[in-house]
Write a protein that binds this ligand. Structure first.
Ligand code: SAM
Length: 243
């Protein structure tokens, strides 16, 4: 990573109250390198420059940490990142908080090959890659209602996303959705679905990402009761016919 890119990462993290140490910077640097390299072969991200990747992927991903810590101590907990793509927000969070157990769930095989490569290169412990759809994992007893936190960014509208994510959260745990400008309309449309699937919206947190002026909101949904066993419905339905 060039010095000026490194400064953006370090300063940006610091502005969010995160002091990155040398080892963590090295990990971000290797991640960036591989992301740029693999992006020439498979479509992992539309962001091309290291600066854009650092700000809009790395800093944006770790912006969740402080907010999550307001609700639950992130140290040592289990997190699943649903529709992680090239690893966002899960991998940057793991670099900053190595004690978490992380599952990276992604439907597209090609992307999971990249994720496996990253895990091997960075030598992460307690990270697994799951290839498949959230609808299938949400039905599987090994994953259903097992996670302290389910995270998701840029995957689907809240109504659909709730059916992907809430079945995976343990009762008492959190579903955290990273959303942009249209968060209010999404909430209005999905509130009943969230409640029906066992969730309760307990917070909407505005987050500022250093160096850019774009709205980001974290929706904090607590799982207060079991999700009815019928849900999630079969693959594709949550998107085609949101509840
Ligand atoms: N979360 C990443 C980010 O913010 O950069 C990736 C966002 S990308 C726009 C959405 C990803 O979600 C895609 O890689 C897609 O394959 C995955 N996805 C969509 N629906 C899914 C589902 N039902 N189960 C698992 N992955 C899904």
């Amino acid at each position: 990573m060039f010095k000026e890119d490194e400064s953006i990462l370090i300063d940006g993290a610091q502005k969010m109250g995160i002091n990155l140490h040398k080892e963590q910077i090295k990990k971000f640097s290797r991640y960036l390198e591989l992301l740029v390299q693999w992006n020439q072969k498979i479509n992992l991200t539309s962001l091309k420059t290291p600066q854009e990747i650092i700000i809009k992927h790395f800093l944006d991903s770790i912006s969740c940490i402080k907010v999550i810590n307001k609700y639950i101590n992130i140290e040592g907990i289990s997190i699943i990142d649903v529709g992680t793509g090239a690893g966002f927000p899960g991998i940057p969070i793991k670099i900053v908080c190595p004690s978490i157990s992380l599952s990276l769930l992604e439907a597209r095989k090609k992307k999971t090959i990249f994720l496996e490569k990253i895990i091997e290169e960075i030598n992460f412990q307690k990270v697994e890659v799951l290839n498949g759809r959230a609808e299938a994992f949400g039905k599987c007893p090994d994953y259903r209602e097992k996670y302290d936190i389910v995270l998701s960014r840029a995957v689907a509208l809240l109504s659909t996303l709730s059916e992907y994510c809430l079945p995976l959260v343990r009762v008492g745990g959190l579903f955290v959705a990273q959303k942009g400008r249209s968060y209010k309309e999404e909430i209005d449309k999905a509130l009943k679905t969230v409640q029906f699937l066992g969730g309760e919206l307990i917070g909407v947190e505005n987050v500022r990402i250093p160096f850019i002026n774009q709205e980001r909101h974290l929706l904090i949904i607590k799982k207060i009761k079991d999700t009815p066993s019928k849900y999630p419905r079969k693959e594709g339905l949550p998107q085609k016919r949101p509840l």
